[in-house]
Design a protein around this ligand. Structure first.
Ligand code: SAM
Length: 218
């Protein structure tokens, strides 16, 4: 497929998968129409990058379905002055969308090779406001916090306490919470020491493995 074909595929994805299912945030829709998702997947999967599903990116991990990226980004309600933490860099695509909406994004990934590849893609896509960190993001990224927004793109048995601690007052966190096989998107709002949680749609993510997520043998 040539660049015109990819541009057309992106437009169709935004109309039929996002707008048609109720995504309304203009910033999210614009970012997803502009950012070349096909450059964030392995080259042999580029033609499938705009399909309505997650795709394998190596190391047993996935790039999330476009609708899930849009829904979580919309729920996060990012503003241009925000500092955002993403836990689970994966391909780097969600970080690129957040980079278009926020002042600064810190994204943390436990697999060094995925982090390295994502950093290269983000650089090539001109996302100069993203820092990619290697480590266990279930405990957040304390050296870089606090954050106005935190998004977890892997499934957790509970909202990791360290992430709540690193959420600024007035901040919001979105995290898939549940079993290893099925979760719900949980939104946490931090109102100056008080945390309010609400549960949203069902979803299925790969596990958040680490100190405040699942252990390898769970
Ligand atoms: N946001 C990604 C994207 O746009 O491609 C998709 C993320 S993928 C569904 C989940 C990612 O979380 C995987 O790359 C996985 O290695 C990572 N992960 C799992 N546990 C983690 C942890 N404790 N800290 C950091 N990353 C973790």
């Amino acid at each position: 497929m040539n660049e015109t074909g990819y541009t057309e595929a992106r437009r169709t994805m935004v109309e039929s998968q996002l707008r048609a299912r109720g995504i309304r945030d203009p910033g999210v829709l614009r970012a997803m129409e502009e950012i070349p998702r096909h450059l964030f997947v392995p080259p042999d999967l580029a033609k499938q990058a705009y399909d309505d599903r997650p795709l394998d990116i190596g190391a047993g991990q996935t790039i999330s379905q476009p609708y899930m990226v849009a829904l979580m980004s919309e729920l996060l309600a990012v503003e241009p002055h925000h500092r955002v933490l993403e836990v689970g860099t994966g391909s780097g695509y969600q970080a690129a969308i957040l980079a278009a909406l926020a002042r600064e994004v810190v994204t943390i990934e436990r697999f060094e090779n995925l982090a390295r590849q994502a950093a290269g893609r983000l650089r090539d896509a001109g996302c100069g406001n993203v820092r990619v960190v290697v480590g266990d993001g279930s405990a957040g990224a304390r050296d870089y916090g606090p954050f106005d927004r935190i998004i977890v793109t892997a499934a957790s048995p509970l909202v990791p306490p360290s992430l709540k601690e690193q959420l600024a007052a007035g901040g919001r966190l979105v995290c898939p919470v549940g079993t290893r096989h099925a979760q719900k998107l949980v939104v946490v709002d931090h109102g100056d020491g008080v945390f309010e949680e609400s549960e949203g749609v069902g979803c299925v993510f790969v596990p958040l493995l680490g100190k405040e997520g699942w252990s390898e043998d769970d």
